[in-house]
Design a protein around this ligand. Structure first.
Ligand SMILES: NC(=O)c1ccc[n+]([C@@H]2O[C@H](COP(=O)([O-])OP(=O)(O)OC[C@H]3O[C@@H](n4cnc5c(N)ncnc54)[C@H](O)[C@@H]3O)[C@@H](O)[C@H]2O)c1
Ligand SMILES: O[C@H]1[C@H](O)[C@@H](O)[C@H](O)[C@@H](O)[C@H]1O
Length: 341
């Protein structure tokens, strides 16, 4: 079977996913695209030599009877409205992270999904499909390092766009760790605190107010302490690390394979510069799994709207802590039965 998909938001990752779905993933045919900047989607289609329907509003794409799956790669603030509209039209949804910018909007998405009576949405938390993280999870689940006690993670971007904001480093960047560590440890967050160490003088932001780097400390219900350094203008590359210290050992997320070169009295290995290359395989695996399951009439088994909601309440607490300077509790609603099934 082949499902027909429409992609909303043809920016950096929209183009990347368009290429991926058009060329590498089986069981899906992209039939339509949409971007609210006039001419942007058409330019991408021309560059890729693709002839697809190009809508100027997401509702038109959703209303196209040919579109069965809506892939949301629009900017963060547009996700919730597009997801709700697609679910109300009974279309499957793949929504890039974050599901929404706050817990209330995630609730709206969950309500719309529950009204359809079945699981219809997967959130693009692709790290769960990365081979390194999957191996790390096996190590933890098999008890190879005993019970996890504390984690030290790094999420560094080489640079970010000039309108990046201090809160965005939480709901757009840290959000990956929030989700993947909750999955990895099979645990939820209880409280968080954000620290601002000495700030980099090299950070350029529109309003000069971006605080970078940040250190986020998260404590889980089992008492595991997690320290994540987020530095979105680190200059030297895209660097994702995760060390887990357990009762009997320490497990580290592997770095992407790179040939080490010994030359001129130096031994060097490459560091990647962006997420596209670092998680290329994970995006492929995540989409193939999503479309395989839908084509087999199975529910998607990836991150759910509930996972999107959990990430949002944790991000909300972190943003609150950025302002208050205090430890903030992660508070949320009870998990609906729908998401236990
Ligand atoms: N999973 C990942 O690793 C990953 C990587 C990159 C981006 N993302 C997510 O993907 C999304 C897009 O990121 P990006 O870097 O491509 O941003 P981008 O700004 O390059 O692209 C977003 C596009 O969406 C369009 N858009 C905004 N609102 C719209 C609307 N209402 N209807 C139609 N189009 C609309 C914009 O015009 C733009 O072309 C973000 O939510 C981001 O968090 C995820
Ligand atoms: O949208 C991107 C993407 O999610 C990357 O994986 C992350 O490293 C960036 O910080 C974020 O801006």
């Amino acid at each position: 079977m082949t499902l027909k998909a429409g992609i909303v938001g043809i920016g950096f990752i929209g183009v990347d996913h368009l290429k991926r779905l058009a060329n590498s993933i089986s069981g899906v045919e992209v039939v339509a695209v949409c971007d609210n900047v006039p001419g942007k989607a058409q330019k991408a289609l021309d560059d890729l030599d693709l002839k697809l329907k190009d809508y100027d509003h997401f509702q038109k794409l959703i209303d196209d009877p040919e579109v069965e799956v809506v892939v949301i790669t629009a900017s963060n603030e547009a996700h919730a409205d597009i997801a709700v509209a697609a679910l109300e039209a009974d279309k499957y949804v793949f929504c890039e992270k974050p599901l929404a910018l706050n817990a209330d909007d995630c609730q709206r998405v969950m309500e719309a999904e529950q009204k359809t009576g079945k699981k219809m949405l997967q959130v693009g938390f692709m790290r769960r499909y990365d081979a390194g993280y999957k191996r790390l999870k096996e190590v933890v689940d098999n008890g190879e390092i005993g019970e996890p006690l504390m984690l030290h993670c790094r999420h560094y971007n080489q640079s970010q766009v000039a309108d990046y904001k201090t809160a965005r480093a939480i709901y757009e960047t840290l959000i990956h760790e929030i989700d993947v560590l909750h999955w990895l440890l099979d645990d939820d967050y209880e409280q968080v605190k954000v620290y601002f160490p000495r700030q980099s003088s090299l950070v350029k932001s529109d309003d000069g107010r971006l605080k970078d780097p940040q250190v986020i400390v998260m404590e889980t219900t089992k008492g595991i302490n997690i320290v994540v350094e987020v530095f979105v203008n680190c200059q030297y590359g895209y660097d994702i690390n995760c060390d887990i210290t357990g009762e009997t050992g320490l497990a580290q997320l592997p770095n992407p394979a790179s040939v080490s070169i010994r030359k001129d009295a130096k031994n060097s290995t490459d560091i990647l510069v962006d997420w596209k290359e670092r998680f290329e395989e994970a995006y492929d695996v995540e989409f193939q799994d999503f479309f395989d399951r839908l084509n087999n009439n199975e529910d998607p088994t990836g991150p759910t709207s509930w996972d999107g909601y959990l990430a949002a309440i944790t991000a909300d607490a972190c943003v609150k802590s950025q302002v208050s300077g205090k430890t903030e509790l992660v508070k949320g609603a009870k998990k609906p039965e729908f998401y236990n099934a």
